[in-house]
Design a binder for this molecule. Structure first.
Ligand code: BTN
Length: 250
């Protein structure tokens, strides 16, 4: 273990303030940094979320990015989002067992139904169809959460678990991520898919899917082998590879 409690091959570079841990890790990866480098920051001034959104990053929450150099096709590397969700879910379950945690497709975590963690995967390609590297950026709301978000947000403190430090959550997260990564490398997507489905929010019920130019509803019945959502709709089954999901108001 490193002094910060990370198992090999993970090692930490910790900043006080930085633009975005994803951007800094990308810079280090382009300079040749190896698999397993982790960059954290106490604050980010230009934190990024999915779909070009910003990720507000005040002091006290966790902002961390993990460098992965998977030896596989890009479509397979995208499964790392589910591997990461499971790692974060297990870390929170270990440190805050009273919080009801669910995985929200594709890569968010909900605490008591509100978003507590977001994951941003950024892939840079090498020649052919193989990524040179994947940056896995993770934000976990420990002490505060933004208002006025598309999906309601919360923090562990707001859910009754104060006192979580970014360093301790990061160490637990990397440990559990390492375990799920080993399971993915040995068993492929099957064990990941099964574990993710057992923690999935809204499985079996109606959900709303919003695409850029379309919004529709269906019953969330499964996740396919590529991590796409399978919906049962009056018109038949529909596979959704990208989009945002919301609960359907009763
Ligand atoms: C999302 O839900 O939109 C993804 C949010 C990802 C935020 C994290 S915070 C650490 C890392 N650095 C960034 O700039 N973004 C990710």
């Amino acid at each position: 273990m490193t002094a910060e409690g990370l198992p090999p091959p993970f090692r930490l570079v910790a900043y006080d303030t930085i633009g975005s841990t994803n951007d800094e890790l990308k810079r280090l990866a382009r300079e040749g940094a190896g698999d397993g480098l982790v960059v954290t920051a106490a604050r980010q001034t230009a934190g990024r979320g999915r779909r070009g959104r910003s990720w507000t990053a005040p002091l006290g929450n966790l902002y961390t990015s993990i460098l992965s150099r998977p030896q596989c096709r890009a479509a397979i590397a995208a499964q790392l989002g589910f591997v990461t969700s499971l790692g974060v879910a297990d870390a929170i379950a270990e440190l805050a067992p009273a919080v009801a945690l669910r995985c929200k497709w594709p890569n968010d975590l909900l605490a008591n139904g509100k978003k507590v963690c977001g994951i941003l995967l950024e892939t840079e390609m090498a020649a052919g169809d193989q990524p040179d590297f994947v940056i896995i950026g993770i934000g976990v709301n420990l002490v505060s959460s933004p208002r006025d978000t598309l999906y309601p947000a919360t923090s562990l403190a707001e859910e009754g678990v104060p006192g979580m430090t970014p360093a301790s959550v990061n160490a637990a997260l990397v440990r559990h991520f390492a375990d799920w990564l080993a399971s993915w490398r040995e068993g492929g997507f099957a064990p990941i898919r099964e574990a993710w489905l057992s923690r999935a929010a809204g499985l079996g019920g109606p959900i709303q899917v919003r695409l850029e130019r379309d919004t529709f509803q269906g019953r969330f019945v499964d996740l396919d082998n590529d991590g796409a959502l399978l919906l049962d709709m009056p018109s038949g089954f529909r596979r959704v590879a990208a989009g945002e999901v919301f609960p359907v108001a009763a």
